[in-house]
Design a protein around this ligand. Sequence first.
Ligand SMILES: Nc1ncnc2c1ncn2[C@@H]1O[C@H](COP(=O)(O)OP(=O)(O)OP(=O)(O)O)[C@@H](O)[C@H]1O
Length: 510
Amino acid sequence: MSTAAVDSTDTASWAARVAGVSKTFGATRALRDVHLDVATGEVHALVGRNGAGKSTLVSILTGLQAPDSGTVELGGAPGPSLADREAWRQRVACVYQRLTVIDELSVAENLFVNRQVIGGGRVISWKRLHAKAAELLGEWHLDIDPASTARDLTIEQKQYVEIARALSFGARFVILDEPTARLDGTGVQRLFERIRALRAQGVTFLYISHHLQEIFELCESVTVFRDAQFVRSGRVDELSRTTLIEAMTGEKVAVRSDPRPPAPGRLIEGGLQLDGLSGSAYEDITLTVRPGEIVGLAGSGGSGKFEIAEAVCGLGTPSRGTVSIDAKRLRTGSVPRAQRAGVGFVPKDRHREGLVDGLTVGDNATMSVPHRLGGHGWVSPKRQAAYAQELIRRLDIVPPRVDQPAGELSGGNQQKVVAARAIADDPKVLVLMAPTAGVDVRSKESLLATAVEATERGAAVLVVTDDLEDLRYCHRVSVVFRGRQVADFEDQWDDRDVVAAMEGVELSDD
Ligand SMILES: Nc1ncnc2c1ncn2[C@@H]1O[C@H](COP(=O)(O)OP(=O)(O)OP(=O)(O)O)[C@@H](O)[C@H]1O
């Protein structure tokens, strides 16, 4: 199947063409003879399970790594030599989830600092710098004040600054790697509008996302990778969601059933209890999660949901109210104390509070449980490896190798390592913050299945998220908006009502 209705012999029709590309890292074959054709002026999705090879392809497409074999063409010309960064920048840019905008600098400085465009000699002309930035942002209809400090921008605006910077180098092909991961619903819609407007102005996008509904909403074409290989490519309007998932996983899609374990009885005592909890970002939160129960704490960006969860895990200190675990009051403000009281957690930022890149998967997964791995201050390497292997199996971590440095894993698999650590000590209370961010469709299921498994071992599970798929695993959902609990849903609910509560809007009956 061809990608789009373009003449394949006309090189100007293709923003990017990848042919026969392979790449190996040690024992891992990250890409095997893959190809990708992105037509000029389209938004082309690249999808695949965690570890399928998407990021590796992006690093090759942007000239950060050379393929072992195969070719890359950008705008009809072969990719420049690896050393010529300037030439790559003029052709392609990638906006990563971890943005490179420098908070301390102004928007204009972020756009043009260290560049020749802002005046002769060694002296920077600030006036010229601002005028140039205003012109650039105006040309692409990006409504951002060049004088504002980057720290004051929203994540969404920072993404626009990165896109504008790419365009300022001349690139008309932009790769977006999970751009909606840190945006709320309205931010996503605004981003889509911007992308559509930029496309109308002649910008081509390669769009990487695990949210399949985004692909159907925004993209014209899609390419699927599976296990380092090209599987298929085609027009989005000719594919169903089921076909896409089957192409990604190589398995038939099963009929969806309710994934929740049986709800525990109302009278079961213990678990997690928050009473009148207040802090700088939330007010008077009262919530119970019983052993065996999965409760969703839902809210969009800025709702305060993560701050509430962080108070439970010891990452934040509330100003009023109490957190209790199995009816015993927790002294908040210390992670080790929370862990000793039986809290396991997946933090919202795995790079800041979670994973140690240089340590192996096995060390990362088991670092909080030395007492399970030996005795008298001694860790048995054999027991550690066996336990780590069990965690790798339970979380479906790929590749399933204990001794691989965690930093070498794909993003989604790193998230699973952090989850492995959270469950390693059979916690009484398991707090999962945005647990499936960056995780593929099928891995989401295995990750949330471990939450279900934890309830079978008696854990009380709190899932903190804005992802409706995550909420399917919950017995109850409490929604926070601007720091306050605004709605509670029991047992069955309509996704529309949850979204409306998260966005702080009243729904009319239509
Ligand atoms: N520098 C590296 N050293 C060793 N292995 C690597 C390295 N970079 C990537 N890999 C391996 O290559 C494979 C492909 O990884 P890649 O990051 O491209 O996947 P991905 O499709 O982007 O996944 P995700 O959706 O989780 O981000 C993985 O098995 C990964 O562990």
